[in-house]
Design a protein around this ligand. Structure first.
Ligand SMILES: *Cc1c(COP(=O)(O)O)cnc(C)c1O
Length: 430
């Protein structure tokens, strides 16, 4: 039960912590102090839409649109194939990778943009296993994002000497034995937003002689990551979530410098060759991270991603994360204050520094409720079996957005507007 009073709280987070009655005015006040106030105008967000799914598909940056038009008209349209040299298209996987490197605590030559996160998982799990001969287990967590498990299963299916093992989070350290070649973990859990302790888990794996591969899909661009500081071996991540690279944007991968001369990609495409335009009959890997490239990069998607990454120039990711957490804390507090539905439960961690930039709630009717919200212009998503998920892109979401969204949620719940045939029909993409 929130306390009511006329006393001004000292700060927003204190107001939330002390159960002070939250109001739209208080949210407006918080937005006035938002250090990211001006980044919102750099996106093309449809007016009136409350967008909470930037962790699935980030919004369109104005710069990306302009850049795409330029690349289409001038580079593709006019320079045509000459663009590979003239506009340096051939280098973009490396130069865009270097921009991402700054966001994840890596050196510029440790990151390359290529393929999808799924394909990069395959390449790096395979490389890790080869770097640990005599070990036969790929260890992961049972609630891991499925593609990470599927790709490991696919690789294990190709090699009789390899197997996949999954355990629950609390048993990971125990399961790290002398047989584990690589530990594959997602830094921010896609459903609950729960954060792994990257430094501690990496250390635990190394103590047992295993390598670590972190999936940064829900971390990159939302919170600070320090791959080098944590001595991480390998990592992958998404271009279209908090990096706002656009639908199907290429992903990135990281290989620590100390492994680059020995790590090998199993997908030995010509653009990972030391000298692609020598057209030699035998594969020889490029000397650095470039060996993890495979085929021709998707230039239009890379252009959109490259331009979107410029929005992070000069941004302190610690501050970005603090805002995301504040939005999440506000949403949880507001749902508790405004929504009296006994079936609604918070499904994400609430402690300090334990969550990425998203919140989730559990409800037996989560799917239908989310469809009713989307119908009213509040876009989040649904994750099996009963999770309503709200991504909180700190670069474009305001505290007032959160207030307004919770008002719509309250109205959907009290009116039972979700209880309708058309909100029960399962779409292909949820
Ligand atoms: C979104 C996401 C992916 C996406 O993989 P794609 O190959 O881009 O479809 C992979 N892993 C995690 C943890 C994700 O959240």
């Amino acid at each position: 039960m929130p306390a009511t009073g006329c006393m001004e709280p000292d700060s927003f987070s204190e107001a939330i912590a002390s159960g002070y009655l939250l109001s739209r005015e208080l949210m407006e006040e918080e937005d006035r102090h938002d250090p990211l106030l001006r980044t919102r105008a750099k996106f093309l967000l449809p007016p009136g839409l409350l967008y909470f799914d930037g962790n699935s598909l980030g919004p369109l940056a104005k710069k990306s649109r302009e850049r795409l038009l330029r690349v289409i008209d001038q580079e593709w349209g006019e320079s045509l194939v000459r663009s590979w040299n003239v506009h340096r298209w051939i280098d973009w996987p490396r130069t865009v990778g270097a921009k991402i490197a700054r966001l994840i605590g890596a050196e510029g030559d440790e990151v390359v943009v290529a393929d999808s996160t799924s394909v990069n998982l395959f390449k790096l799990i395979s490389a890790a296993v080869e770097l640990r001969p005599g070990r036969s287990v790929i260890l992961s967590e049972d609630r891991q994002f499925p593609t990470d498990l599927y790709m490991a299963q696919g690789l294990a299916g190709l090699r009789k000497d390899l197997r996949m093992r999954t355990v629950e989070r609390s048993k990971l350290t125990l399961a790290l034995d002398e047989d584990v070649a690589v530990l594959v973990l997602t830094h921010v859990d896609y459903r609950s937003g729960q954060l792994h302790d990257m430094a501690a888990m990496t250390r635990a794996a190394h103590e047992r002689g295993a390598l670590v591969l972190w999936d940064l899909s829900h971390s990159t661009g939302a919170l600070p990551v320090d791959l080098n500081g944590c001595y991480v071996d390998l990592a992958v991540g998404c271009g279209y979530k908090f990096l706002n690279g656009g639908p199907g944007a290429p992903a990135f991968l990281y290989v620590a410098r100390r492994w680059q001369h020995r790590a090998r990609s199993p997908l030995t495409g010509w653009l990972g060759h030391r000298s692609p335009f020598a057209f030699e009959p035998t594969y020889r890997p490029a000397s650095g991270i470039g060996r993890f490239r495979c085929g021709t990069p998707p230039i239009l998607s890379l252009a959109a991603l490259d331009a979107a990454l410029d929005l992070f120039d000069g941004l302190d990711l610690e501050m970005v994360w603090r805002k995301g957490v504040s939005l999440g804390d506000a949403m949880i507090a507001l749902v508790e204050q405004e929504c009296e539905d006994a079936d609604l439960e918070v499904a994400c961690p609430q402690g300090e520094r334990q969550r990425g930039s998203q919140v989730s709630f559990r409800h037996p009717q989560a799917y239908s409720i989310m469809q009713a919200l989307i119908d009213r212009g509040v876009v989040g998503d649904f994750r099996e079996p009963d999770i309503m998920r709200f991504g909180l892109g700190p670069l474009y979401t305001s505290h007032v957005d959160v207030w307004d969204a919770v008002q719509v949620l309250r109205q959907v719940l009290t009116s039972r507007a979700w209880d309708s045939e058309r909100f029960r029909k399962r779409e292909v993409v949820t």
